[in-house]
Design a protein around this ligand. Sequence first.
Ligand SMILES: [Zn+2]
Length: 375
Amino acid sequence: MDGCAEDLRTHLGATASGNFSYLAHIVAASPDGPRGDPVQSGKLANDPDNILLLCDKCHRTIDRVEAHKYSVDYLNSMRERSVAAVRRLLDTLAYPRARAISLIASITGQVHPPLTHAEMDEALWSQGIRADEKSPQALVSIPRQLPDPHDAAYWSVVMRRLRQSTIELRGVLEGTSSDEQAPERLVLFPLSSTSVLVLAGRVIGDKANVTVFQPFRNAPKNRWLWPTGASANEFRSTVLGAGQQGGEACLRVSLTFDITDDRVPTAGVPTVHIQAARQGHDAIAREEDLVAFGLCVDEALKVLQDQWKVETVHLFVGAPASACLKLGQKLQALHHATIVVYETVQSSKGFEETIRITRREARHEPTGECIDLNP
Ligand SMILES: [Zn+2]
């Protein structure tokens, strides 16, 4: 009832809480009742839209005390106002909608199960987000029989699938999607080869409406939940040598293992080396670790881009999946350099080139497969 804010679960004298409400018909269930009608009463007797939930006093007021003052039209519009007010309140409680993007693919020697709806929903819920109906969407799904990023066939598949999915993704990120229900946020579930994650990150960019999860292989329940009680990690970058304008440099990221000189084919090239205070698979164990790592990458890129102004950056990464993706997101800032991405070869532990990322495109040289980064 307009203006009556009676709490219908409690009453002054009652020691227990109870249901003190009354269901009142707008058009009475009987033609003889208040606002009854020979035709409508029978039709509307069980129609929820014909029912008001009232306190005893309000119920008696509209049905007996002043029934003549309360017309069907008046009570219907009162009901609509009340429903709209509740709708507005419920909308403020709803979590923002996000598109969950799965970046899961088997890596040499490791088979990773796909993202389940249950895992996704639980992870999103822990962050106060809910998935939209298109979630989870696979950004790159790579067949299990193609686990090796040094295999040419691998890149034909990756590049082709990335070409298809980036168009839709851009619409979401830039709010230009033709879909009226476009989500406000992207949530990424990365578990793939370093090169694919760096490239996906580069395509997505370092936007504020992107959330990244980190998989934990020994998680007891859901691999995508951040573990509780992890302590903060720290990251620092060290500069070795001095790069020249238009020259070459290395960016080494040693979070899970140390990338030593003997593992890279670029000994003697000026280098920026990012290292973690706590090295290993738990180098990124909190969302804040990922933020701190991102800031360290910003510092490293400033040296490469603004101080040295090098033309080619050789990228060697040993890092958890979320950090590989974050690194790729940051690379958008390196507009003038060509990034040569390397990946370890299973047999030798040495790094070998996979793809090259320039301002305009990402290319796999041996096959000529590429995707346009600024369509
Ligand atoms: Zn009332």
